[in-house]
Design a protein around this ligand. Sequence first.
Ligand code: ADP
Ligand code: MG
Length: 570
Amino acid sequence: MAIIGIDLGTTNSLVSYWKDGTAKLIPNAMGSVLTPSVISVMQDEILVGQSAKERRLTHGSETAASFKRFMGTKKKYQLGSRIFTPAELSALVLKKLKKDAEQYLNEPVEEAIITVPAYFNDRQRTDTKLAAKMAGLKVERLINEPSAAALAYQTAQNKEEAVLLILDFGGGTLDISVVECFENVIEIEAVSGDNHLGGDDIDQLLYAEFIRKHPELSTLDEQGIAGLRTALTEAKCALGRQDKLMFSYAYGINVVEDYITQEQLLELGLPILERIRYLCSQAMQDGKCSVDEIDDVIMVGGSAQLYFVQRFIEELFGKLPIIMDETDKVVAKGAGIYTGIRMRAADIKDRMMTDVCPFTLGTNIVWDREDDRPHICPVLKRNCPLPFSKTIRLYATGDYQELMRIGIYQGEEYYADENVCLGELLINIRRRPAGEEGISVTFSYDINGVLEVEAENAMHQVVRKLITNDALSDKEIEESLKRLEQLKMPDRETEEYELIRAKLEWLYQKQTGTIRNQTAKILHHLEISKEEGNYYLYLKIKEEAKQWLVQASMYLDTFEPEEYTDGKKG
Ligand code: ADP
Ligand code: MG
């Protein structure tokens, strides 16, 4: 029975495993190690990954992406006639990854190590575990993404002793960690980050700017907007280190052309850079280290490829950041290495990784009167090493009150109600005048980031609460499971078919004239041959369709915009 490591990303998800002394990435059924975290719902079938991503362009209302951003919230997604929670959508991604891994490894997979942003709070972690449960995966441990990156870096470089700052800049999250490596130990000193900052935000800024500069684009319909967004994101990625890049977007018979430049990205991205600067200094402050003490700055995540971000980091730290090969695969590799540690594989079993608590945990208190707005009394301060346990004394503020209510909170805000409430504990106390009767409250945070709170009164009665998995009742989980089970994922052949079909549909919608006609013909043949079940014919048409997609894109590159305008020209 294999254990897999999973990087469940906002944009892309990856699976890895430990074999022959290294972490290997597992390709999905389409042969790619990156599975877009996108879900598209057809009648009874569900598409996950590349085919769903393509289908998003033509069937936006049946498709969801970037849902990791809403883990731990009550947001609902309506896709066609079905409703999903972010955890359910994540469960579908996990299910697909599990299935692909099982096919590739040729054995059942039951357990996974899943990475989460270091800065994920308790609700988001609970939702991630819930998603795993719904996907039929046992999750012993969630590890922080930058910790996984540190593990991958240290393993690749064999650095014996170093203080690293790891900056993971993905599609939807920014994670920063200060990490100390010595001998076989990776010690996370401090983390900071933002769960709502990533490449998606840059895409949004770029899109808004483009619409501002080209008011004629404000008439675009939903699909036109989706296409423009995709094209702009592609251009952002293609820019690399060049000063500027020509960008053109065709819609109907019109085309807009403009440049994307480093300067423009920098200008748009200034507030993002400011935020990065602030979060880096917070992590260093909490980790009690100065800029000079950082040996290496390691950048991972897809958005680490942004040249203007790299330049900014270089200036900030006064040294060249290390951009690891394939920035978007580092976290998954770290997760794979961790599966090796977990299986106690001979070549890696002595490696150790310690972690910290990302947020302050505490309880609510009032200074004197019960009707004051409660503020937080921090018990475990952010960035304390795990495991950690601490006891505080609390006193009743009401005269002759017989019950104390202990709110359990996570966050850095002064007022209790502005933080995340994780639950509460009730404990009876002896009736005494205000301020006389006290209880002890102990917060214990274990190595997996699971919190237990315990209260003890003067009569030595103890009440305990484990803060995990109580976001949903068993019955609710059961119902989710049932609903997800009704949705079938297509086999590899059908998945490829849906992928090609989605691409053809998109091409058809985008084009007019001869390309559109030819695309319609091929789409029709493809559908008929699949329906008729003439496998030989189907394979032949599928190949034709693939060739056509390549040809059509080349044709567009060369001849746009004049040649394809409905036959009016050319
Ligand atoms: P996540 O971990 O959030 O799934 P990734 O680490 O895979 O994200 O990064 C995805 C983000 O990186 C997307 O916003 C994507 O646009 C951006 N990205 C990927 N490649 C590049 C590139 N070459 N240049 C700039 N941004 C990139
Ligand atoms: Mg990531």
